[in-house]
Design a protein around this ligand. Structure first.
Ligand SMILES: C[C@@]1(CC(=O)O)C2=NC(=C\c3[nH]c(c(CCC(=O)O)c3CC(=O)O)Cc3[nH]c(c(CC(=O)O)c3CCC(=O)O)/C=C3\N/C(=C\2)[C@@H](CCC(=O)O)[C@]3(C)CC(=O)O)/[C@H]1CCC(=O)O
Ligand SMILES: NC(=O)c1ccc[n+]([C@@H]2O[C@H](COP(=O)([O-])OP(=O)(O)OC[C@H]3O[C@@H](n4cnc5c(N)ncnc54)[C@H](O)[C@@H]3O)[C@@H](O)[C@H]2O)c1
Length: 214
């Protein structure tokens, strides 16, 4: 059974190219924009949404068909035309020494595939079926979105800020571990929902400071 290695890649300012400007290209571009990638799209036609990104100067659009040499210099390549043969031809020009490639209609050619993702603040949950059923990945994504609601945005911010603060407090390892564990108790999320993040942060900080001083 084939299996892919999962990893989270830093894409900020990385040059990426997408060949084709249809619905599938739009979905891939949207996710890459969210993580700060630099995008160029080559396609004679583009969707309404892609046109908006072009108008807002969020991406570069070359309004034409693919031609030889277009892939040169890009870290990440997405081949997303609706012409299977054309996609295969473009694929031949990938330089595997430095380029990662996704061919949207040919999973076996992909050096990476894109998972379905739930993002809540710092929390990112990615779901893949290794290409077996993208529809299932999407369905599970929707179920996870219901379980981990928008409150996790605030909660992960809270956890990150508290963790940093605790690490600066010169506590012994046991006390530190105690508070890291405490912040993961369900009760904390409930308190944040009720009283707000700042208030719960203040309360826990006070508790730690007071205990340290006895
Ligand atoms: C997760 C998601 C991420 C994204 O694209 O952002 C994604 N596909 C999504 C949706 C989706 N894709 C398809 C349908 C129709 C139902 C169905 O066919 O099941 C739906 C559902 C819908 O659109 O509602 C059709 C389809 N997909 C691929 C092929 C080609 C083939 O299999 O040969 C065909 C057949 C085309 C045809 O009919 O010919 C291939 C791939 N699609 C992948 C990712 C990779 C494997 C992911 C995994 O590990 O499972 C992989 C291998 C390559 C890649 O694209 O990276 C995104 C959900 C986002 C979300 O909403 O959460
Ligand atoms: N991986 C996935 O998630 C997934 C999901 C659904 C479908 N697909 C596959 O993806 C393919 C694309 O689907 P779509 O819905 O985006 O199609 P689409 O028809 O909406 O878009 C195709 C785009 O490719 C462009 N194009 C065609 N020939 C080109 C060329 N020579 N150079 C540059 N651009 C060219 C067109 O102008 C158009 O913008 C389909 O053939 C399908 O097999 C993949």
């Amino acid at each position: 059974m084939k299996a892919y290695y999962s990893m989270f890649v830093q894409m900020k300012n990385r040059p990426c190219i997408v060949i084709g400007g249809g619905k599938v290209a739009e979905r891939k571009i949207g996710r890459l924009l969210q993580v700060g990638a630099h995008l160029t799209v080559i396609s004679p036609s583009i969707t309404e949404q892609i046109r908006q990104w072009v108008d807002q100067q969020q991406i570069i659009w070359k309004e034409r068909e693919y031609k030889r040499g277009d892939l040169e210099g890009y870290f990440l390549v997405i081949i997303a035309t609706d012409q299977a043969e054309m996609n295969q031809l473009i694929y031949q020009e990938v330089n595997h020494q430095y380029q990662l490639v996704n061919v949207v209609d040919a999973p076996d050619l992909c050096t990476f595939i894109v998972p379905s993702t739930v993002t809540r603040g710092y929390l990112q949950i990615s779901i893949s079926t290794n290409g077996a059923s993208p529809g299932l990945a999407k369905k599970i994504r929707q179920e996870i979105e219901d379980t981990f609601g928008e409150e996790y945005e605030t909660y992960t911010l809270f956890l990150a800020e508290m963790r940093e603060w605790i690490l600066q407090q010169n506590l012994n390892a046991r006390t530190r571990q105690y508070y890291f564990a405490k912040m993961l108790e369900d009760e904390i999320l409930t308190r944040i929902k009720k009283g707000g993040k700042e208030r719960v942060m203040d309360e826990i900080k006070q508790e730690i400071i007071q205990k340290r001083n006895v």
